[in-house]
Design a protein around this ligand. Structure first.
Ligand code: HEC
Length: 149
C-alpha cells in the first residue's frame, strides 16, 4: 500500500496520471482483442475439422480447445473498469451485468477444458464442438457490438 501511494505521489500531476491510466486501459483492450483473435483462430481449425474439411485428429482437437481455454481465461482478466471505452467492441453491459458476463466466461472456459479430453472419437468431437460453440454467440449477442459488415 505504502509503495502504491508513493508511486501515486511521484505521478502527482493529474494529467500524467490520467494518461497512464488511459494507456493501461488501451493495452488491456488490445490484449483482450488479441486473445479473442487466438480463440477465433483455434476455433476456425475446429470448425474445419467438424465439417470434415480437415481429417479428425484427437490431439489437434484437444490442442485447439486448450488454446481456446487459455485465451478465454486470459481475456477474462482484461475487462477492468478502465477499459470501458476506446478501440473496443465490448458493450457497456459487460460492466453493467458483470456477474453474468463473468459467469458466461467461466462457463465457456470450463466447457473448453472439458471438451478437449472428451473429444476421443470424431463423433464425440463433433458433439463437443457443437455444444461448445454456442458459448461464443451466446456471449457476443449481449456483450459485443456486432462486427461491421
Ligand atoms: C463470455 C463472453 C465471450 C465469449 C464466451 C466469447 N467471446 Fe469473443 N468477444 C467477447 C467480447 C466482449 C469481445 C469484444 C472485445 C473488445 O472489442 O474489446 C469479443 C471479441 C471477439 C472477436 C473480435 C476480436 C477483435 O480482433 O476485435 C472475435 C473474433 C471473437 N470474440 C471470437 C470468439 C469466438 C470464436 C468465441 C468462442 C470460441 C468467443 N469469441 C467467445 C466476449 C466473448
Amino acid at each position: 500500500m505504502i509503495r502504491i501511494l508513493s508511486v501515486a505521489a511521484i505521478m502527482a500531476v493529474g494529467a500524467t496520471l490520467a494518461y497512464a491510466q488511459g494507456a493501461g486501459g488501451a493495452a488491456a483492450i488490445a490484449d483482450r482483442k488479441a486473445a479473442m483473435k487466438a480463440v477465433s483462430g483455434a476455433n476456425k481449425g475446429l470448425v474445419d475439422m467438424a465439417k470434415g474439411d480437415v481429417p479428425f485428429d484427437a490431439a489437434k482437437a484437444a490442442a485447439g480447445f486448450k488454446t481456446i481455454e487459455d485465451n478465454l481465461a486470459k481475456s477474462k482478466g482484461l475487462f477492468g473498469d478502465d477499459t470501458k471505452t476506446g478501440d473496443t467492441a465490448a458493450l457497456p453491459a459487460v460492466w453493467e451485468k458483470k456477474a453474468d458476463f463473468q459467469a458466461k466466461m467461466d462457463k465457456a472456459i470450463a466447457d473448453a477444458k472439458a471438451a478437449g479430453p472428451a473429444s476421443t472419437t470424431e463423433a464425440a468431437f463433433k458433439d463437443q464442438h457443437k455444444s461448445f460453440a454456442a458459448n461464443c454467440g451466446g456471449c457476443h449477442k449481449d456483450y459485443r457490438e456486432p462486427p461491421k459488415k
